[in-house]
Design a protein around this ligand. Structure first.
Ligand SMILES: [Zn+2]
Ligand SMILES: [Zn+2]
Length: 392
């Protein structure tokens, strides 16, 4: 398996960075320590430009190639933030921040992009420029959107953009990608059900919002199973139910919260419209009232064909044809790299994290064995896409 030799040499050093990030996780835009250490390293590698404060706390570094003329600027993106959850780990690099952990492997993503930066600054065996993008607030804070809205693409004249995420369950050294939708659009909903409270023993004198909520929870699944085309992926999940205070009291109100996941715009629009219609219709049938609020989350992460081909080609040069799945199934999770793909053509790829706990699990840990594969992919991608002949 032709991992780039230099990446194998850097494996221990990059693992050290990864474990340091893992031990010191930070949330959303509040990634100041991480940013400090990312910036220090980028400067020590000799990057030509290191700019921070993009999209609040994002960082972009530029490395200029030395292989001839090319007007292109390839963006490589990693995310830096952790999750608000308690880590279950007895490893020496376990989280030192109470209630915060790197449960999505962004510590690994940041370290692998730093490793690639070190190599690319040493070798510069490409034409044009590389923009290394370190974004905050991937986990629900739309940091990718903030960087795009802050003018990052224009400021650095980025022409195409690539992202990578680790995937537990995919073998170390394997990659998975597909053209088109690769992760889902995410929308959040609140349903406030208002009834009329009273004595639990006299339901006929009340309008029971708990009963109504139960009907709505089951009723809205008809949107997925009956109304939507079964060939178009859709998930509606109620994740929170809040209401009531006593065994013998029917409350006035119950609150439901949840998420809608879809892979195409028509299905997304349909689900949102139907959710409001079905919830209020069911509430009405029970003489209650349902107020539905839906907030748009992340758009679909949509891989462009030409860049998906480039990403697949680079991965195959590292791992071999049989270890790169070019027709992977999309995931119904969300990913705010989607905002960067709305701004520029590009592609998002999964790199195997091996047999570990799942993403967002308290026992998850990024697998350091993935490091040379991920770093080599970044380097090979740059060296194959950004050659002086390709864009003349
Ligand atoms: Zn995550
Ligand atoms: Zn993630």
């Amino acid at each position: 398996m032709p991992i780039i030799n230099r990446m194998a040499e850097l494996h221990d050093e990059i693992t050290g960075w990864r474990r340091e990030f893992h031990a010191n996780p930070e949330l959303l835009y509040d990634v100041h320590q991480t940013v400090k250490s990312v910036k220090e390293r980028l400067l020590s590698f000799g990057c030509d430009e290191v700019v921070s404060g993009i999209g609040k706390t994002g960082v972009v570094a530029i490395i200029k190639g030395a292989k001839g003329e090319n007007d292109g600027v390839i963006g490589l993106r990693a995310d830096m933030d952790a999750l608000p959850m308690h880590e279950l780990s007895d490893k020496p690099w376990a989280s030192r921040a109470a209630g915060i952990m790197h449960a999505c492997g962004h510590d690994g993503h940041t370290s692998m992009l730093l490793g690639a930066a070190k190599y690319l600054a040493e070798t510069r065996n490409f034409a044009g420029n590389v923009a290394l993008i370190f974004q905050p607030a991937e986990e629900g804070g739309a940091g990718g959107k903030a960087m795009v809205e802050d003018g990052m693409m224009e400021q650095f004249a980025i022409t195409e953009v690539y992202g990578m995420h680790n995937l537990p369950g995919l073998d170390i050294g394997k990659f998975a990608i597909c053209p088109g939708a690769i992760t889902a659009a995410t929308d959040e909903f609140d349903i406030k059900i208002t009834g009329h409270g009273g004595h639990a023993a006299m339901p006929h004198l009340s309008v029971d919002p708990v009963f109504t909520a139960a009907s709505i929870i089951t009723g809205i699944q008809s949107i997925v199973s009956r109304g939507s085309n079964p060939l178009n992926s859709l998930v509606i999940t109620v994740t929170k139910v809040n209401g009531g205070t006593a065994y013998n009291v029917i409350p006035n109100e119950v609150m439901l919260n949840g998420t809608i996941r879809s892979l195409d715009g028509d299905t997304r629009d349909y689900a949102k419209a139907q959710l409001a219609k079905v919830a209020s219709g069911i509430a009405d049938a029970h003489s209650a009232k349902a107020e539905v609020t839906i907030r748009a989350g992340y758009p679909v992460t949509f891989n462009h064909q030409a860049q998906t081909d480039s990403a697949g080609r680079a991965a195959k040069l590292i791992s071999g044809d049989e270890r790169v799945d070019m027709d992977a199934s999309p995931m119904m999770g969300g990913e705010d790299f989607s905002f960067m793909l709305e701004a520029r053509p590009g592609a998002f790829i999964f790199v195997g994290n091996g047999d570990t706990a799942g993403l967002h699990h308290a026992e998850y840990d990024f697998n350091d064995s993935a490091i040379p594969h991920g770093c080599s992919y970044w380097a090979k991608l740059v060296e194959t896409v950004m050659n002086s002949d390709a864009n003349d």
